[in-house]
Design a protein around this ligand. Structure first.
Ligand SMILES: CC(C)(COP(=O)(O)OP(=O)(O)OC[C@H]1O[C@@H](n2cnc3c(N)ncnc32)[C@H](O)[C@@H]1OP(=O)(O)O)[C@@H](O)C(=O)NCCC(=O)NCCS
Length: 185
């Protein structure tokens, strides 16, 4: 599906373009954002490469990766959101979400709105049955925002990611299509 465009009262999702590098750098280049994510703060060149990659992935004939810009009603880009459709087993119909907002936007309910937009994309538009997210064990903000959106904490994947500091566990949250309330935002 291309291009994706989904809107809620305070946030919209749209495709990335090359002019988004500096706005994404303000998110992915920030230590406060990267603290609980699986990478070190990114440089401008790394962010530019990420944007190139997600633009190419968006054009794939069978698109599996939906990395999308979260923008305010005035067009300002404040979030990097992602839904990646799982591949591997023919009986699966699931996708993993990821989300990062610029730090000055935290604490106003925008994170929950962004997750709801990703759930709309996954359940309504892509027809998935299960959507899940994996967070660092200490990422309490992420735990709260996923729980508030109805994403049940399932358990811990031990030794999930090898980061610069060593192996890290992840805590998994998920929601199934019949559990989702499309009216929530
Ligand atoms: C995790 C993250 C997305 C949460 O974003 P957020 O916008 O603060 O999350 P929410 O939508 O849940 O916002 C709710 C907070 O805003 C407050 N709020 C203010 N106005 C609100 C409104 N109109 N509606 C809802 N909540 C509102 C709530 O009280 C709540 O505060 P609390 O979390 O201290 O209880 C954000 O902190 C982030 O980008 N972190 C860095 C990247 C990251 O960790 N990503 C997740 C990786 S797994």
């Amino acid at each position: 599906m291309y291009p994706v465009s989904i809107t809620s009262p305070r946030l919209s999702l749209r495709e990335f373009d090359n002019s988004d590098v500096d706005a994404v750098l303000a998110i992915y280049g920030d230590q406060a954002v990267a603290e609980y994510m699986s990478f070190e703060p990114r440089t401008r060149d790394q962010v530019a490469a990420t944007i190139e990659h997600v633009m190419a992935a968006a054009q794939a004939p069978e698109r599996l990766e939906y990395s999308l810009a979260g923008v305010l009603p005035d067009g300002e880009l404040v979030a990097f959101l992602r839904l990646a459709v799982d591949v591997g087993h023919p009986l699966q119909s699931s996708g993993q979400i990821g989300f990062a907002f610029r730090a000055d936007q935290w604490g106003h309910g925008l994170g929950g709105e962004g997750i709801q937009l990703l759930l709309r994309l996954g359940f309504e538009q892509l027809g998935l049955y299960r959507i899940w997210g994996a967070r660092a064990p200490g990422n309490d903000r992420s735990a709260r925002v996923m729980a508030r959106q109805g994403m049940v904490e399932e358990g811990t994947i031990r030794g999930h990611l090898k980061l610069a500091g060593g192996w890290r566990d992840s805590v998994v949250h998920s929601i199934l299509a019949p559990e989702w309330d499309p009216g929530q935002d």
